[in-house]
Write a protein that binds this ligand. Structure first.
Ligand code: SF4
Ligand code: SF4
Length: 276
């Protein structure tokens, strides 16, 4: 199995899974000609021993709590990262209202994440069927994340963090760089979701076409203007606490769904690298 095989598996699953179709009666979405959630994914591969993973253990990266690929799978050789872009319908729908998320966006955020889980498990199983090991860190029992300030839990000094970061893994694996709003800007933009796995299969790593962590962000400030609660500023980037509070308020209104994504839509990095 090589990268082409993995991409072929990924594309086939995205194109054929019924879970990638918005169910009209559940989505409350009408008149969609092609009601898919995600387009075909991008795939990036990094070596499990890439020096950037070790750098993520520093306080200037994620911190000591970040677990290296080998701490998830001792024989790890490669890390595979996917970016699944939202379809045009999902993206465009969320451009209109300046505050409220569209029904399509909410569906993509919540049911879309359920699809992402099935997608990455499918790739994991296909790799395992060829005799290799594969672990999905974000679904492993060792995984934890903190989405609020909470001094009573383990790692009280670290809030809005986790011991495996899809965005940092995507950066290391050549998929793109961070933007001011803290999403990853890929060649298909920022509006989408990420997933990854660690395997003992030896795959050729992709070459990173960038050097700086914010290289693809033009600091245009469009995401600053789009944020309904002023959670992003050019001077300080994103305030996760303000963003998280707003997301929680959407949960009260749209439960079981929630979401916002205004900083990922109607911005120059929505579906491409802004200056390309
Ligand atoms: S909207 Fe502009 S400033 Fe914000 S992340 Fe995208 S490119 Fe960067
Ligand atoms: S998701 Fe919404 S609230 Fe959070 S930073 Fe983006 S625009 Fe602001």
């Amino acid at each position: 199995m090589n990268k082409m095989d993995i991409m072929s598996l990924a594309e086939t699953f995205v194109n054929s899974s019924k879970d990638n179709i918005m169910m009209q009666e559940r989505a409350n979405v009408h008149q969609l000609s092609e009601p898919k959630i995600f387009e075909e994914p991008l795939c990036g591969i990094s070596a499990a021993t890439d020096s950037l993973y070790y750098e993520l253990k520093n306080e200037t990266g994620i911190g000591e709590h970040f677990l290296l690929p080998q701490q998830w799978l001792p024989q790890a050789k490669s890390v595979i990262s996917f970016f699944l872009p939202f379809t045009e319908q999902v993206r465009i729908s969320n451009r209109k209202d300046k505050i409220q998320p569209s029904q399509e966006w909410l569906y993509g955020r919540v049911e879309g994440q359920e699809f992402i889980k099935k997608f990455i498990i499918h790739i994991q199983q296909k790799i395992q069927q060829t005799g290799y090991k594969a672990i999905v860190p974000a679904m492993d029992e060792k995984f934890w994340s903190k989405s609020k300030y909470d001094s009573a839990t383990a790692h009280p000094d670290n809030s809005f963090t986790s011991n495996w970061s899809e965005r940092h893994v995507a950066f290391v694996s050549g998929l793109g760089t961070f933007g001011l709003s803290k999403g990853i800007i890929t060649e298909k933009g920022m509006a989408g979701r990420l997933a990854s796995l660690v395997t003992d299969m030896e795959l050729a790593p992709d070459i990173r076409l960038y050097k700086e962590i914010y290289e693809y962000c033009t600091e245009c400030g469009a995401c600053v203007k789009r944020c309904p609660v002023s959670a992003i500023s050019l001077a300080q980037g994103k305030n996760h606490d303000i963003c998280s509070s707003f997301l929680n308020s959407t949960k009260e209104k749209y439960a079981p769904r929630y979401g916002c994504g205004k900083c990922q839509t109607a911005v120059p990095c929505e579906n491409k690298i802004p200056y390309v």
